[in-house]
Design a protein around this ligand. Structure first.
Ligand code: ATP
Ligand code: GLN
Length: 147
């Protein structure tokens, strides 16, 4: 759910055919997010365990000490999802819908332009490599076919 009165400011500069949606999220929300993404036809996702600090963690470190101690970092999960430009907003909206609690520490999403995608098995590049069989683009073209 997009927050009310918050304008969409991204005009996708630098312009790119593909973007990486990089979301740093609460670990216990990740399965909720990934099953919702799968349901909407997002089939390529990379997940890593990470640690960090934002408004939730790190304030102690900044005010209290001169050094960052690693055990004060908060455990998060980083989800990386490369999608075509036209799918960015719906993926971002879905992540917010599934990951948001409204409390400090819900995370952050970064949009990163991706210059190319290469499928190792076939050597395909660009759109051919980014599209997944039965993925979101196939799902929406099937819907158009039926309509
Ligand atoms: P193939 O058809 O040859 O299996 P594929 O495009 O399905 O190719 P995989 O080789 O199955 O790709 O993908 C390997 C890993 O790459 C996945 O486990 C995932 O971590 C990552 N990955 C693939 N596509 C994406 C994507 N669009 N966004 C983020 N990560 C991806
Ligand atoms: N854009 C791809 C498709 O529609 C899906 C990308 C992804 O699953 N990350 O097939």
């Amino acid at each position: 759910i997009r927050a009310q009165n918050v304008p969409v400011t991204s005009d996708y500069v630098p312009d790119s055919k593909f973007y990486k949606v990089e979301a740093i999220l609460r670990p216990w929300r990740v399965s909720k997010v990934s099953s919702a993404l799968l349901k909407m036809g997002i089939r390529g996702v990379t997940v890593s365990d990470v640690k960090g600090f934002g408004a939730q963690g790190g304030s102690k470190e900044r005010h209290g000490g001169s050094e960052f101690s690693e055990d004060k970092f908060v455990s998060k999960v980083k989800m990386e999802i490369v999608v075509s430009k036209d799918q960015v907003e719906e993926v971002v909206d879905k992540i917010i819908e599934e990951a948001r609690t409204g409390e400090i520490g819900d995370g952050k999403i970064f949009l990163i332009p991706v210059s190319d995608v290469i499928r190792v098995r076939t050597g395909e590049r660009g759109e051919m490599a980014e599209r997944m069989t039965g993925g979101r683009a196939d799902m929406s073209s099937a819907a158009t076919w039926v309509a």
